[in-house]
Design a protein around this ligand. Structure first.
Ligand code: XMP
Length: 315
């Protein structure tokens, strides 16, 4: 049977109202799932819902402004917490990928708790969707999603859970998002730890700025090529900062510049993936734009690895 987004919204608004007699909070990441859950819960609860968005400094270009605009437009009561400095301080000197994830997850919970506690909520709304909890064989997904779903919060803050999207698959969430008027409905998945796992090695503000600008160029060029019919839109496509400097020329001078890798993959659920066969002229535009527009980068490489043996992210 075809999924009926309007009917789902009407039904869930009623269900949430019954299930949540008091106040609720939600950690809104700016992604499709949490934004959809926030808007749905806000339709049901109005001012009894508080959405908290933490800008970790590791977000995509314009993401914080976009999230703020969306939540304003859809009248979701929210707070935006600008916390880049705290995250950069906590990540200084850290190069191990899993340590980065743990530090970011803990910091996120600490800040979220600080911001949300005074509101006095008894419920936590989460944008968990069916593939997040359905057994997927290797258990990998459960582990990957730990940070994303702010695990630990419900017990720590003594909150009861409300998961309105629990039975939906991604395409159904996108349909619901569109029916709710959410502009980020088609956005590609983005990992909870953000750009930190797209920087190999230490996370610094300079490296984040490079990978953010380069990723915005990758997104723009690939979306334009897909819209023109030159290629199929990949499942995920982004830039990665590599901690190597190589020789380049600038005018008559020999310089050392940074290297950026472009990653684009096709996948159904992120569990396995094949690299996208992007037309060379699209790769060429991406490379020329990155080396021209992103200061300090003189080399762009394309990642030809499938998952397995590689993973989609580099960390
Ligand atoms: P990998 O790199 O493991 O990624 O092939 C598979 C999918 O999961 C996303 N991913 C994450 N999502 N927190 C998340 O919420 C994480 O720590 C994390 N690591 C990877 C990745 O973007 C891809 O869609």
């Amino acid at each position: 049977m075809m999924f009926d987004a309007k009917a789902f919204i009407a039904e869930q608004v009623g269900t949430i109202r019954k299930a949540v007699p008091g106040k609720a909070i939600i950690a809104c990441s700016g992604g499709v799932d949490s934004t959809t859950a926030a808007v749905l819960a806000s339709r049901a609860l109005g001012d009894r819902l508080l959405a908290v968005y933490v800008d970790t400094g590791l977000m995509r270009k314009d993401e914080t402004a976009d999230v703020s605009k969306t939540l304003n437009e859809l009248a979701v009561q929210h707070r935006i917490l600008l916390a880049a400095d705290e995250f950069f301080d906590a990540l200084r000197g850290i190069t191990d990928p899993e340590r980065k994830r743990i530090i970011i997850g803990n910091k996120f919970i600490e800040l979220f708790e600080r911001e949300a506690s005074p509101f006095g909520a008894e419920y936590l709304v989460q944008g968990t969707i069916a593939p997040d909890w359905i057994e997927s064989g290797g258990q990998l997904r459960d582990r990957i999603k730990t940070h994303h779903n702010v695990a630990g919060l419900p017990e720590r803050m003594k909150l009861r859970l409300c998961e309105p999207l629990r039975d939906l698959y991604k395409d159904e969430v996108r349909a619901t998002a569109r029916a709710l008027g959410i502009r980020v409905a088609e956005r590609q998945p983005f990992p909870g730890p953000g750009l930190a796992v797209r920087i190999v090695g230490e996370v610094t503000p300079e490296r984040v700025a490079i990978v953010r600008e380069a990723s915005a160029i990758v997104e723009t060029e690939i979306q334009a090529a897909a819209a023109s019919g030159a290629m199929v839109l990949p499942w995920q496509y982004f830039a990665v900062f590599l901690p190597v400097q190589t020789v380049g020329v600038h005018g008559d001078l020999r310089v050392y510049g940074h290297t950026v890798a472009v990653r684009a993959v096709h996948s159904v659920d992120g569990m396995s993936a094949t690299y996208s066969k992007i037309p060379h002229d699209v790769l060429d535009r991406i490379s020329v734009r990155i080396t021209n527009e992103v200061k300090g980068v003189n080399r762009v490489v394309y990642d030809l690895s499938n998952k397995p043996p590689a993973t989609i992210e580099w960390e």
